[in-house]
Design a protein around this ligand. Structure first.
Ligand code: BES
Ligand code: ZN
Ligand code: ZN
Length: 501
């Protein structure tokens, strides 16, 4: 998809469709929309009136122009009420616009951006519109024999205001990189485990490293054992696909700091000997969403090259039942020496992360962020659309939460406390991999991870079990993988690098 910024009079715009975002409160047409209505002899306002069109969020009125303009259609796209307006609505309406354009086979769009977006900075607005268009056009159709090949080819943002076009284009570029990185993550997460297994995952990371010049080290089973990663290794044992521990590093010439991002990388989670029943095993190909988000973030920073050192860590494994599988009651020793008693083999993600976080701590970074499809309990607590955030440093947690408000990747903090800490005490080892009750399961999982992070290092854990995928999709997310939280984490890095304010 190509993007541009233009300043054209409405009667000279040549495109398939001219798009006007409109607030519910704006009953009278103004500016360019008024001019278009005049050129259409008032037909537009007549239709709006006769259909009682209300510009509620995402509602689209598409009106053919019958040759009265150099565009075939005028779209009026509802922004909803001004009182409820927020940046993410621009991503959503952009995605809905592209869908409508696809329906009507209109491939060149001009979007009027003269609307006052309720104080939202025009640069951020254009970035969000770009992201929404790219995210909303995504679908995972590579395995269909017959596909719909029609694509929206180009979007131009039209403004009559005196704006710095070059700086708008920079933000378009930023939006494009972020959304394409997110789509890259979606593509990986959507691949089933018979296509992306541990070995294949490591290969994809190596290809990415080659493409962008990252350092990479992939440890095999023997090396993982040598490093003393007894928890991770136990999880991997039941599978025919051997574990691969991936360490990517982006090292710019000038660096403002050093961050480690860790992703849970279960290529498939059958539950192991505590096998998942019924429909609970469906979608467990997405248990690698955290790992794939790490690769998405690396794709984005590979493109943007901010001044910050970033490590990406994935302990890739597959959780399967077999004669070699680890069992309930097994006692494991993690890399940092902490012993773990296994209460349930389906609580495997935290075991792989235990060793990944121990390894990350040894790098002595300024901060560690992990992303993991860790618990069903988090989905019960917050619903399918919101990620749970926990950690050992309130400042860092606030930093991430604040960014997520703008990226539209909803996050909410869950509280740590000593009473729940008591619930992961094990009968015969330092820690249990499950809580003694189901209650607060997302938090007890977070508290388990806490044992493997150097307490001197600020750390945030993001449980994405809910929003990493969806069976029917929402807003600009189609069914399947969403690519959350690639934009939030990349934005965090860009801010730390002083690439963004
Ligand atoms: N991968 C699952 C968590 C999950 C559930 C992700 C639903 C996405 C959607 C995780 O490994 C798991 O199975 N967790 C168990 C933990 C329990 C055994 C303590 C769970 O949530 O039931
Ligand atoms: Zn599990
Ligand atoms: Zn899992």
């Amino acid at each position: 998809m190509k993007f541009d910024v233009v300043s054209k009079k409405v009667d000279s715009v040549k495109a398939d469709a001219l798009v006007f975002p409109l607030f519910e409160e704006d009953k009278k047409f103004e500016n360019n929309l008024k001019k278009v209505d005049d050129l259409l002899s008032g037909e537009l306002s007549r239709i709006v009136k006769s259909q009682k069109f209300k510009a509620s969020e995402g509602k689209i009125l598409a009106v053919p122009t019958f040759g009265k303009l150099k565009v075939n259609y005028v779209f009026i796209v509802g922004l909803g009420s001004k009182k409820k307006f927020e940046l993410d609505i621009l991503r959503r309406i952009s995605a809905y616009t592209v869908k409508k354009a696809k329906e009507l086979k209109t491939s060149d769009l001009v979007i009027d951006i003269d609307t006052d977006f309720e104080g939202v900075d025009i640069k951020e607005a254009v970035q969000a519109l770009t992201e929404g268009a790219i995210l909303g056009s995504y679908n995972f159709d590579k395995y269909f024999s017959e596909k719909d090949d029609f694509k929206v080819e180009s979007i131009s943002f039209n403004t009559s205001k005196n704006v710095n076009k070059e700086s708008l284009k920079e933000y378009i570029h930023l939006g494009k990189v972020l959304a394409e990185a997110q789509n890259f993550t979606r593509d990986l997460v959507n691949e089933p485990a018979n296509v992306i297994n541990t070995i294949q995952f490591a290969k994809i990371a190596e290809d990415l490293a080659r493409e962008y010049g990252f350092e990479i080290k992939v440890y095999d089973e023997e090396e993982i054992e040598k490093m003393g990663m007894g928890a991770y290794l136990a999880v991997a044992k039941g599978s025919e696909n051997p574990p691969r521990f991936v360490h990517l590093t982006y090292r710019p010439e000038k660096s403002e700091g050093e961050i480690v991002i860790v992703g849970k990388g279960l290529m498939f989670d059958s539950g192991g000997l505590n096998i998942k029943t019924g429909d609970f095993m469906r979608w467990m190909k997405t248990d690698k969403a955290g790992a794939c988000a790490v690769l998405g973030v690396f794709k984005a920073i590979g493109e943007l090259r901010p001044n910050i050192t970033v490590h990406g860590i994935v302990a890739a494994a597959e959780n399967m039942p077999s004669g070699k599988a680890y069992r309930p009651d097994d006692i494991l020793r993690a890399k940092n020496g902490v012993t773990i008693e296994v209460g349930n083999t389906d609580a495997e993600g935290r075991l792989t992360l235990a060793d990944a976080l121990s390894y990350a701590s040894e790098l002595k970074p300024d901060a560690i962020i992990d992303m993991a499809t860790l618990t069903g309990a988090c989905v019960v607590a917050l619903g399918e659309f919101t990620a749970g955030v926990m950690g050992n440093n309130q400042k860092l947690i606030n930093e991430v939460l604040k960014i997520s408000e703008k990226t539209g990747e909803w996050m909410w903090q869950l509280p740590f406390n000593d009473k729940l800490r008591e619930q992961i005490k094990a009968p015969h080892a330092d820690v249990y991999n499950v809580g003694t009750t189901r209650y607060g399961g997302a938090i007890t999982a977070g508290l388990f991870l806490e044992k493997f992070v150097d307490p001197k290092i600020p750390w945030v854990h993001i449980d994405i079990a809910g929003p990493s995928h969806h069976t029917s999709g929402w807003y600009y997310h189609p069914k399947g993988a969403t690519g959350i939280p690639v934009r939030t984490i990349t934005t965090f890095l860009l801010k730390r690098a002083n690439y963004l304010k």
